[in-house]
Design a protein around this ligand. Structure first.
Ligand SMILES: *Cc1c(COP(=O)(O)O)cnc(C)c1O
Length: 392
């Protein structure tokens, strides 16, 4: 797109998300000395208060990386070549984590899924019960599958591991759920929580996180997968004094401090209920349009994004192109096997009711313009729902 466009772009993909002005202002400040006292204070403050967001008393390791880097870090710090790992095919991201595990020389098993429902914890329990020798060293799952808009019950997975009396570590990808959907590292007995900066945390891409339980830390010494850049122990040792073993993403960490301020200032419960409202209003709009939600089970609806199925005669990417060209709004594409069949509405991060209304209006107008068979009234359904919520 050449030339100037007035107003602002709507970045309604499910991550990276809109970065608040407050965070942008902090990030654009001059870079500071990452070995100086100001940085030291910054790190101590972030590491302290970040625990409130992960809901943990355990250490959180921050990498200058994408979420994919944080996936890799979780595996290489805890496992050895040939180790069996149990994974669950909730969708594209779970499949990518599986491929990464294969490439690292692990022996991952992927429980097949249909990309429309969440994790069947009973299936995990059955496999663990059969593994009497405890050869499976870790169970790795995605909390909120961003390719499908399906959220899985992590407590049920914990319960399945415990009921099987199994010693496997529990690792959870929360890249598109942390700070938008309720998540509790300690209470849910998670060993490694994997997160990224660019979704619920409202930052640009570039930070990866591992929150690590005592049990996860205790196995790192015996875990023999090669690791250097990703070594938890190196980072934890340097963090003791408020520093990092290599140049960290200084300005993103400054932004993280601001984002943590904003999230704790709003209150996590309020953050979650805001996302619940956006999720429900969006689903009501989609259903009023007569379009189908990809997620089949209402108990598993994601509150950070909604994946919408396109009628078979229309390519979802053609539809998204019209939305972008005419309304300067980016919607998420269908990933992997869903390419062309699905578009995804991101409604997480720095987002409010009127931004949601604009997003839904842009979609409803384009359904008309692009001649997608649908019914009117999606935006109205969202208006009615939000009005009822505001009245309490
Ligand atoms: C975005 C996302 C990832 C990938 O993160 P990158 O930063 O692109 O590497 C992984 N898992 C989930 C659930 C995601 O939403």
């Amino acid at each position: 797109m050449t030339g100037n466009r007035s107003g602002r772009h709507f970045l309604q993909i499910p991550g990276p998300t809109n970065v608040p002005e407050r965070v942008l202002r902090v990030i654009q400040q001059p870079t500071i000395d990452h070995r100086g006292p100001r940085f030291q204070q910054l790190v101590r403050d972030i590491l302290d208060r970040l625990q409130l967001i992960f809901r943990t008393d355990s250490p959180i390791i921050i990498f200058p990386s994408s979420g994919t880097g944080a996936w890799e870090a979780a595996l290489v710090n805890t496992l050895s070549a040939g180790d069996k790992v149990l994974m669950y095919e909730t969708g594209h991201f779970a499949s990518l984590w599986y491929t990464l595990a294969e490439r690292l020389g692990l022996d991952p098993q992927l429980i097949a899924g249909n990309w429309r429902t969440g994790i069947d914890a009973d299936a995990i329990q059955r496999i663990l019960e059969e593994d009497s020798g405890h050869n499976i060293k870790a169970v790795c799952v995605v909390h909120n599958e961003t390719s499908t808009g399906v959220t899985s019950d992590i407590q049920a997975v914990r319960h399945a591991i415990d009921s099987a009396g199994h010693a496997a570590l529990l690792m959870v990808d929360t890249i598109s759920s942390l700070a938008s959907i309720d998540y509790r590292h300690d209470e849910w007995g998670v060993d490694v929580t994997v997160a990224g900066s660019q979704k619920g945390l409202m930052l640009p891409p570039g930070l990866g996180f591992n929150a690590v339980s005592e049990k996860a830390l205790s196995v790192t010494e015996k875990a023999t997968l090669p690791r250097s850049y990703w070594s938890w122990m190196e980072v934890l040792a340097a963090n003791q004094t408020g520093f990092f073993p290599y140049t960290p993403a200084t300005n993103l960490l400054m932004g993280l401090q601001e984002a943590v301020d904003m999230l704790l200032g709003e209150g996590l419960e309020n953050v979650f209920s805001r996302h619940m409202r956006f999720g429900e209003a969006t689903r009501r709009a989609v259903q009023a349009w007569g379009l189908e939600l990809l997620c089949l089970n209402p108990l598993e609806y994601s509150n950070s994004l909604t994946a919408v199925m396109m009628p078979e005669t229309i390519n979802a990417d053609d539809f998204r192109r019209v939305v972008l060209e005419r309304f300067d709004m980016s919607l998420g594409n269908g990933l992997g096997q869903l390419a062309g069949n699905v578009f995804r509405i991101g409604h997480l991060g720095d987002f409010n009711d009127l931004m949601l209304m604009a997003t839904l209006a842009g979609i409803e107008i384009t359904l008309d313009v692009a001649a997608v068979p649908h019914k009117k009234g999606g935006v109205q359904a969202a208006v009615d729902y939000i009005a009822a919520q505001v009245q309490g």
